[in-house]
Design a protein around this ligand. Structure first.
Ligand code: C2O
Length: 535
């Protein structure tokens, strides 16, 4: 295996967007940031130099980080943040994963502009399990705020409110022609009668997205860096955090076609949402031709849950995976939105603050002295409690705040029923697990009743992020074969400070290769400023 080395310099850059020049935080002066491109099994070394005024960390979303939990990235879960004028080098490898993932800041709202693609091609000498594409195009879908995103988040937290709607959607950092003043559009130039692999990523903070290319259909071949059985569709559906690899055959009349992105509004009641209904666009252009204006696809209605469920429920894994069994740990996790009394630090909060919880526990990161992994590795006590409940509290119980973890012994088989209640307000929560992929054994609408549905143990899709529909449920299963501290949280970014998360503490095993090695010397798990290396 080769070693891929990168330097990511995080700093301010000036960008023209929606009629004005704005300063944003970005990596290497690019939006999206640089793509990481490796082959399966490679070692990856990324030195992150923080020249921004903010604390920051980078998370490699979907990379399993087997035996390298200190390289995972969520601030105060697996490391102390990288302070301004400091650096940290992430070292990990990518065995057993192929397809598209991505990376993003995992500290405050900075992932709005600090993100990029993470592409894992087959091991050198190996082929794709589908006809080789003639061209590959990363399509990173994002959300744009005109205001400083750190201010957007801190204002919302101080006021106990949800942050406001983003100002635009973007394709590879560009809003497209349908926004006022949008003078920049991403264009993919393709040759006729070829196969193009689109590597589509939803890097948005807040919005589920529909994606279409006018005049063309997709064959989905992978999601979340795991191959799928071919799924033919004209619409891709991506919750925040999810990725889809889709083949497009360029057999339409030569010309140019819009690639179009529309928010899928999953809120109930819908009045709550006031969603951005502008369509972000990019252009899919046959080389040497043009059509003005390009052909526009017919988009689903923004509240079309049927199209979303048909896509999600239709995905199957490729081949027959070994679904782990029997189940050792069985949990139900109920996702809840609600209100909590304002915290004294929420100086602009009026009585109650918007809050969210899993099983009634509104998750709080530990105080800024010790990360959870720092506490785990160094045996620091008093940082968390290991009493996360295995099921929802009796109905009517108010939520409470806590830093509660669920302890798992090495190699235990864990099954979780994720239940999104029908009681309003509700919305589709994309729940993301760090450190593991999970099999999706069943999903549906209404309340899950044990024994009422057959699980797919034959060809379930494996994912790292699952969209749990409002008033619906999903059953997932994974093996706790990766010691460390692993965040499990909603990938709608505003829901993280509201508390929609928890952490799995996976213990080391006793057999050779099952215990955590010594952390690297530059890792800071207990936040003592003297340990920060100069950039
Ligand atoms: Cu992509 Cu914890 O996040």
């Amino acid at each position: 295996a080769a070693t891929a080395k990168y330097t990511f310099t995080v700093g301010s850059m000036q960008i023209n967007q929606l009629c004005s020049s704005t300063s944003i935080i970005a990596v290497n002066g690019q939006l999206p940031g640089p793509s990481i491109e490796v082959n399966e099994g490679d070692d990856v070394v990324v030195k992150v130099v923080n020249n921004s005024p903010y604390n920051i960390t980078i998370h490699w979303h979907g990379v399993l980080q087997l035996m390298t939990p200190w390289a995972d990235g969520p601030s105060m879960v697996t490391q102390c943040p990288i302070q301004p004028s400091s650096s940290y080098t992430y070292r990990f490898s990518v065995p057993g994963q192929e397809g598209t993932l991505w990376w993003h800041a995992h500290s405050s709202f900075l992932r709005a502009t600090v993100y990029g693609a993470f592409i894992i091609r087959p091991r050198r000498g190996n082929a794709y399990p589908f006809p080789a594409p003639d061209k590959e195009v990363p399509i990173v879908l994002g959300e744009w705020w005109n205001r400083n995103v750190v201010d957007v988040e801190s204002d919302a937290i101080l006021a106990g409110q949800l942050p406001t709607q983003s100002d635009a959607f973007t394709v590879n950092g560009k809003t497209g022609l349908l926004y006022q003043c949008a003078n920049e559009t991403f264009t993919a130039v393709v040759e006729p009668n070829t196969r193009v692999l689109l590597r589509v990523i939803n890097a948005g903070l807040n919005s589920h997205l529909f994606f279409k290319v006018a005049g063309h259909n997709f064959t989905v071949v992978a999601v979340d860096a795991g191959y799928t059985a071919n799924l033919n569709t004209d619409t891709l559906v991506l919750a925040p955090g999810q990725t889809v690899d889709a083949l497009v055959t360029t057999n339409a009349a030569p010309g140019s076609y819009y690639m179009a992105v529309l928010a899928h509004d999953t809120m109930s009641p819908l009045t709550f949402a006031a969603s951005d209904t502008t369509t972000a666009t990019a252009i899919f252009q046959y080389n040497g031709t043009s059509t003005n204006p390009p052909a526009m696809p017919t988009m689903p209605s923004s509240s079309d849950a049927g199209t979303a469920n048909a896509f999600y429920f239709g995905l199957r894994g490729l081949g027959t995976p070994a679904v782990p069994s029997p189940v050792d740990v069985s949990m139900t996790i109920e996702l809840g939105l609600g209100q909590l009394p304002c915290d004294p630090s929420q100086t602009r909060c009026n009585g109650t603050a918007a809050a969210a919880a899993m099983n009634g526990v509104s998750f709080r990161l530990p105080s800024p002295e010790t990360s959870l992994l720092g506490a785990h590795v160094d045996g620091v006590t008093g940082v968390f409690t290991a009493d996360f409940p295995d099921g929802p509290p009796p109905s009517g119980t108010a939520m409470s705040v806590g830093t509660k973890l669920k302890k798992l012994s090495y190699n235990s088989v864990v099954e979780i029923v994720l239940q999104n209640p029908a009681a309003v307000p509700t919305e589709n929560h994309p729940i993301h697990l760090h450190g593991f992929n999970f099999f999706v054994l069943a999903q549906g609408m209404g309340s899950f009743t044990p024994g009422s549905v057959a699980y797919n143990l034959v060809d379930p899709v494996a994912r790292n992020t699952i969209a749990v529909p409002g008033g619906g449920w999903a059953v997932i299963r994974f093996v706790a074969n990766n010691p460390g501290m692993w965040f499990f949280h909603c990938h709608l970014d505003p829901h993280v400070p509201m508390g929609l998360g928890m952490v799995f503490q996976v213990e080391s095993g006793t057999t050779p290769g099952s215990t955590l090695p010594t952390p690297p010397g530059d890792w800071v798990g207990v936040c003592d400023a003297q340990h920060y290396a100069a950039a």
